[in-house]
Design a protein around this ligand. Structure first.
Ligand code: 5RP
Length: 224
């Protein structure tokens, strides 16, 4: 199976998980990236059952609206029941690296609000130690050089993602050559640098459920 087919299988499994739990009051949080897009395509087939979604990026909001799926601002809903999104890496504790699509801050906000965070990914995303994928850090533009110097002090090689401005008007530094054996401590450490909006480590609030597309079928991993 191709990587896209494995992502597709994970997205379909997320729909199977969420659909029986939908009612008139359900608010569904929707992530960003190619796997989240496949989930949106799956949702489009049951759009009559969807009353409210909240998107983690302008791109996902546009895609949802193009299917006639109602999208709300987070501030206008009382809760988010489920948040479904992809990841760049996950370890077995379901601590993640996210932000390959530069939507990490809104993704982290939705993760914080959601009752249940369902991560969907293909099997290549499951790793022993986070950090092979460069860690995205969203930074206030005027602090970019300062934050980069601080990230070097932590042992990483930050690279400015020059072509990207986030939905929040900020810039992204991708930290290369940066293995992360202690994701929780590093998430806090980087977020403590002045000028950092947030970083792409999702360890303080990991996924609740990982639906992993594998060649042997979709595997379900839960936080213990
Ligand atoms: C976007 C993200 C994505 O979830 C992550 O980059 C995975 O993307 P894909 O599903 O395309 O592999 O964090 O900011």
């Amino acid at each position: 199976m191709t990587q896209d087919e494995l992502k597709q299988a994970a997205a379909a499994a997320a729909l199977d998980y969420v659909q029986p739990k939908l009612d008139n009051n359900t608010v569904l949080g929707i992530g960003t990236g190619s796997t989240a897009e496949l989930f949106i395509e799956a949702l489009a087939r049951i759009k009559g059952q969807l009353n409210a979604t909240v998107a983690s990026s302008e791109a996902s909001a546009r895609r949802l609206k193009s299917h006639g799926i109602p999208v709300y601002e987070l501030n206008t809903v009382n809760c988010v029941d489920f948040y479904v999104d992809g990841a760049d890496e996950s370890n077995r504790a379901l601590q993640l690296i996210k932000g390959g699509g530069a939507a990490l801050t809104r993704e982290k906000i939705l993760t914080a609000v959601a009752e249940e965070f369902i991560c969907i990914a293909d099997e290549s995303k499951l790793v022993h130690t986070l950090g092979n994928f460069p860690l995205p850090v969203e930074v206030i533009p005027m602090a970019r050089s300062y934050v980069a110097r601080e990230l070097v002090k932590l042992g990483g090689d930050p690279v400015y993602r020059e072509t990207v401005i986030t939905d929040n008007g900020n810039v992204i530094l991708d930290v290369h050559n940066f293995p992360i054996p202690q994701p929780l401590a590093m998430e806090k450490r980087i977020n403590n640098i002045t000028g950092v909006v947030t970083n792409g480590l999702f360890a303080q609030k990991p996924a609740d459920l990982l639906l992993l597309g594998t060649t042997e079928g979709v595997k379900t991993l839960r936080t213990e």
